[in-house]
Write a protein that binds this ligand. Structure first.
Ligand code: ZN
Length: 142
C-alpha cells in the first residue's frame, strides 16, 4: 500500500458541496467526472499528497442516495493506492476480507478499483486503486 489516495465523501448536492470544499481546502476542484456504471458524478480536489472525491448520485435512488438515506452525508469510503491491485486482491482474500468486486473495474480518475465490504472492515468501505497506464503503454499487463 502506497498512501491514502483519496477520501470519498457522499453529498446530496454536488455544486453546493464543491463550493463548501473550495472554501475548506482553499482550492477549486480540478475535475468532474461521471461514472455511468456507478450512477455517480465525482468531483476531485487536491489535498496535499491525497485527494478529496465528492460523490453525488446521477439518478435519484442511486447508490450514493441510498448511502445518504441510511447514514447521512459524510465520509463514504477511504481509498488506498496500490502498485499491484491483483496482488492486493489475493492478499485481502487470504486475510479473510469480503470483496464487493474481486475483479478490478474502471473507476473515476483513470483508476482500476476494488472495494472491500464494510462488514469485514468494521464499518468502513475501503477502496484500493491503481492508476491505469497510458494507452500507448502495454495495457495487456492489466
Ligand atoms: Zn473513490
Amino acid at each position: 500500500m502506497k498512501k491514502v489516495e483519496h477520501i470519498g465523501i457522499a453529498v446530496k448536492n454536488l455544486a453546493e458541496a464543491e463550493k463548501r470544499f473550495e472554501k475548506l481546502l482553499g482550492t477549486a476542484p480540478y475535475k468532474r467526472e461521471t461514472v455511468e456504471s456507478e450512477q455517480v458524478t465525482t468531483s476531485f480536489f487536491h489535498a496535499g499528497e491525497s485527494k478529496i472525491e465528492l460523490l453525488a448520485s446521477t439518478v435519484s435512488g442511486g447508490v450514493i442516495d441510498k448511502f445518504i438515506e441510511k447514514r447521512g452525508e459524510g465520509i463514504h469510503h477511504i481509498a488506498f493506492a496500490t502498485g499491484d491491485i491483483y496482488a492486493e486482491i489475493q492478499r485481502l482474500k487470504k486475510e479473510g476480507f469480503i470483496l464487493i468486486n474481486d475483479k478490478p473495474k474502471k473507476g473515476a480518475d483513470n483508476k482500476l478499483v476494488i472495494f472491500v465490504h464494510p462488514k469485514s472492515t468494521g464499518g468502513i468501505l475501503v477502496e484500493y486503486c491503481q492508476e491505469i497506464p497510458d494507452e500507448n503503454e502495454d495495457v495487456a499487463n492489466f
